[in-house]
Design a protein around this ligand. Structure first.
Ligand SMILES: C[S@@+](CC[C@H](N)C(=O)[O-])C[C@H]1O[C@@H](n2cnc3c(N)ncnc32)[C@H](O)[C@@H]1O
Length: 231
């Protein structure tokens, strides 16, 4: 029986250390945890979701794949109602605001013994900024492609993080050095998004326009470092 796991979730799984005790926050169908157990990567999995319906589907799927004995199911907003005896937390498929509020509500995660694997769906620069301002270091970052989308996935740990520049909040140093074959395409997409913002601000001028122009320039410089000059 194959587990229907997206490339995005496979990339999250690739960052989970062997033997990990995993908390999958926002587990939905539970397939990530099931994959980690079926493949002998995780020792056990806490599957948590704030909504009852997805959690019930995780319970059913765990039974179907024969891993219920190694999974604990928790109805929980973020980490509020889960046991804390895990070492790896995965948060995937959520926007930056939700992830930041989950981290804010759990200051005890500011402990270098936890590995955090974060796959953010929206406002990613805001999440990277928050992480860097709160001493969460992005140790590794990679890209996964599903359909027409490219998703960054980060491995994060609390400790000595250097403050990211505005450009690095869009493409982190870890991603820059990832060697991902999707990186060049990702550069194009990030630049495309920022160019649109710059165009939108062009008529009003002001500080925001200058900020976004500087980010664009920083991103061009980063790309040149990795790939050399485009022209
Ligand atoms: C889009 S799904 C992503 C599911 C899976 N993690 C993935 O990446 O495919 C988001 C899930 O997160 C849950 N969720 C949203 N906010 C949450 C919160 N604050 N705490 C726990 N779960 C949450 C939702 O109920 C939903 O099942």
């Amino acid at each position: 029986m194959t587990i229907p796991l997206s490339n995005r979730l496979k990339a999250c799984a690739s960052f989970v250390p062997t033997g990990a005790v995993v908390a999958d926050i926002g587990c939905d169908h539970g397939y990530l945890g099931i994959h980690l157990l079926v493949n002998g990567i995780a020792k056990s999995v806490i599957a948590a979701d704030v909504n009852e319906q997805p959690l019930n589907s995780a319970v059913r799927n765990a039974e179907k794949y024969g891993v219920s004995d190694k999974m604990t199911f928790c109805l929980s907003d973020g980490t509020a109602c889960i046991p804390r005896d895990f070492d790896t937390m995965v948060c995937a498929g959520m926007g930056a605001d939700t992830m930041i509020s989950i981290l804010e509500a759990a200051p005890w995660l500011k402990d270098s013994s936890y590995t955090l694997i974060l796959q953010c769906q929206s406002r990613r620069p805001e999440l990277r900024r928050y992480l860097s301002q709160n001493s969460y270091a992005i140790l590794e970052e990679t890209l996964a492609e599903d359909g027409k989308f490219i998703y960054p996935v980060m491995r994060v740990r609390y400790g000595s993080a250097s403050l990211l520049t505005p450009g690095q909040c869009h493409i982190s140093p870890a991603l820059l050095h990832s060697g991902s074959p999707l990186l060049r395409e990702f550069f194009d997409r990030v630049r495309g998004g920022i160019r649109k913002t710059v165009e939108g601000l062009e008529h009003s001028g002001g500080e925001r326009l200058a900020t976004y122009k500087a980010i664009l320039e920083e991103i061009d410089n980063m790309e040149e470092i990795v790939y050399g000059n485009r022209s």
